[in-house]
Ligand binder design. Structure first.
Ligand code: ADP
Ligand code: MG
Length: 586
């Protein structure tokens, strides 16, 4: 084929493809336009998951009749004049592409009336063909109706997911924008049924309650942080409230919903070792910085941004969240009273109850692992008020003994400690691994190599990660079909069952969530430690008990296991006194 210029419609459909991927993209662009036009109220009506129609009405500034035809043309915008403006963009739109793109792949109509016009005007566009402008009656504001999306691009239609999925995407979008703009009243309807609405009274927590439920909204921790360059606000979940994936992690940068894995990583950093492996927090964070600090012109849908000082932004996010986790520290008496009032029931301890100290440990631990992308400094962390101890380490403990073959009882200067032997040992092993990781983990040869037989699919998983394991001090090699020979294990695990340790790893790979490559190692280590740590039900000799206590005292984050569960319950002398009615009234 000789080189030729593409016909206008083909070129515009190609361009439209970048902006309009699915019904939710249309909703996003139209909401952004309404917000840019200072709307106080935005009503979104969706029919048939957006395939039949999408309608967005606002009470914003409107478009003068004389500019209607321009508004639907490509590269026509009221938000940008010069190329320099690109670096100080304060509006959500700026490319002047959305209306043109949407109108080129749908039956499109726009009715608009600015306050100074006594009547409204309407323009229609059919698959990119611009019609004439007619005068109509309508209230101040703008109403865009998009029908039969992709009617002229059947290939696109085929890529749409099930109605339910497309609907969910729209719901997620509208609810997130409603949270980001609580002073705007949002309403969403699917096929005439109201799905979601906000009051526009500016209260974000109320919107949050709409988005999740009242209970979750109540638990979410408020984030409020500001330094010379960036502010971070919003909500993040306490350690006890998690999800199995990252879908509930949302970031807005200067009022714009962005997808940025580095931001998520910074958030997760704040929860480092506080969450169980494979669990993720819920968070919606609003990052604001000077427009010159962000390049928004990176992606056609404007879903990605580039920061001028990414490290500063990421560390602000980490710090902001960590601080909220710390402030959420309940007072010492927060040990749930139910545990002590109903001694026969199984204690349900909320791992959040000693947050302050755990959180204080965070930055030490994360620096130790060398995985930090942020450099938190202690000065930025508020001092934990009740703790007389330096950063979260344990005081010297005096062993009292073992109870129920599962717990150690110890006494410290500030009360009684009940220690879960399994969780504590997990923590000890985990920190040793992490410490040694840098220098190379010494391997210990087995007197007799062990064979591990796996299912074919497990074998494939293990094959993929054999190198990682061998770096961690294992020596594993394929040995016949679906069989592996283990000839050495990390010296740290000496005495552990090698087959158990390898199986633990394989099972980890089988779990549904695929972790990021950078998380694989820490996750594997945590898993191996779990499997090889002493179990509940194991009687420990007094020497073993004492050794475990000493090892735990030496840990950086002795108060949680690597999966985020508490290793101990601390009954302060103060609490004991109050429980026994010696002090205060209860
Ligand atoms: P952009 O938002 O990037 O400028 P669009 O194609 O989305 O480009 O919109 C083109 C122009 O139409 C905008 O610059 C704005 O002036 C006007 N416009 C679009 N939607 C609205 C609206 N809901 N209210 C007022 N003006 C609007
Ligand atoms: Mg726009």
């Amino acid at each position: 084929m000789p080189i030729h210029l593409l016909p206008e419609e083909v070129a515009s459909q190609i361009a439209a493809g970048e902006v309009v991927e699915r019904p939710a993209s249309v909703v996003k662009e139209l909401i952004e336009n309404a917000l840019d036009a200072h709307a106080r109220q935005i009503v979104v009506r969706v029919e048939n998951a957006g395939r039949r129609a999408i309608e967005v009405a606002d009470d914003g500034d409107g478009i003068p009749q004389s500019e209607l035809a321009l508004a639907v043309m490509r590269h026509a915008t009221s938000k940008l004049q010069t190329a320099e403006d690109l670096f100080r963009i304060a509006t959500l739109g700026f490319r002047g592409e959305a209306l043109a793109s949407i109108a080129s792949v749908s039956h499109f109509s726009l009715v608009s009336r600015p306050a100074h016009q006594s009547v409204a005007a309407r323009i229609r566009v059919d698959g990119g063909k611009i019609g004439t402008v007619e005068v109509v009656g309508a209230p101040v504001g703008t109403l865009v109706r998009v029908e039969d999306l992709f009617f002229n691009v059947p290939a696109r239609l085929k890529f749409l997911k099930r109605d339910q999925t497309e609907r969910q995407q729209i719901d997620a979008l509208v609810t997130r924008y409603a949270l980001a703009y609580p002073q705007v009243r949002f309403q969403l309807f699917h096929d005439g049924t109201p799905i979601f609405q906000t009051t526009g009274n500016g209260n974000r927590r109320e919107v949050l309650a709409q988005l999740y439920d009242v209970e979750i909204s109540r638990q979410m921790l408020e984030v409020e942080y500001e330094d010379e360059m960036v502010s971070v606000s919003g909500f993040t979940s306490p350690v006890g409230l998690t999800r199995s994936n990252r879908k509930e992690i949302t970031f807005f940068v200067n009022g714009r919903w962005v997808q940025d894995t580095a931001l998520s990583t910074a958030l997760l950093q704040a929860y480092h070792t506080l969450l169980m492996v494979g669990r993720y927090p819920m968070a919606i964070l609003f990052i604001n910085l000077h427009p010159e600090e962000v390049d928004v012109n990176v992606h056609p849908t404007k879903a990605e941004v580039r920061f001028r000082n990414p490290d500063r932004v990421f560390s602000a996010v980490s710090r902001a969240v960590r601080r909220s986790l710390m402030i959420s520290n309940p007072v010492p008496s927060v040990v749930p009273p139910s545990v002590w009032q109903r001694p026969l029931s199984t204690p349900q301890i909320d791992p959040a109850w000693e947050m302050s100290r755990q959180a204080q440990n965070l930055w030490t631990t994360s620096e130790q692992t060398g995985e930090t992308t942020v450099s938190p400094t202690p000065e930025n962390l508020p001092q934990a008020t009740q703790s007389p101890l330096p950063s979260g380490v344990l005081p010297l403990l005096r062993l009292v003994g073992q109870v129920a073959m599962a717990y150690l009882v110890a006494e410290g200067p500030d009360g009684l400690y009940l220690i879960d032997q399994h969780a504590a040992h997990e923590r000890v092993l985990f920190e040793r691994f992490i410490q040694k990781k840098g220098e190379g983990i010494p391997a210990q040869a087995l007197l007799e190599p062990a064979l591990v037989h796996l299912s074919p699919s497990q074998a494939r998983l293990l094959e993929d990660e054999v190198d990682t394991l061998n770096r961690l001090g294992f020596h594993i090699e394929p040995f016949g079909p679906s069989t592996f020979r283990v000839s050495a294990i990390p010296a740290l695990l000496s005495g552990a069952d090698p087959v158990q340790a390898v199986r633990a790893v394989v099972e980890d790979f089988e779990e549904d969530e695929t972790p990021l490559q950078s998380e694989v190692e820490a996750r594997l280590i945590a898993r191996i430690c779990k499997r090889t740590a002493v179990k509940a039900g194991q009687v420990l000799s007094p020497e073993e008990q004492r050794a475990l206590l000493r090892d735990l005292e030496a840990c950086q984050s002795p108060r949680t296991c690597p999966h985020g569960r508490p290793t101990m319950i601390h009954l302060s002398a103060d609490l004991l006194e109050r429980q026994f009615g010696r002090k205060g009234a209860r």
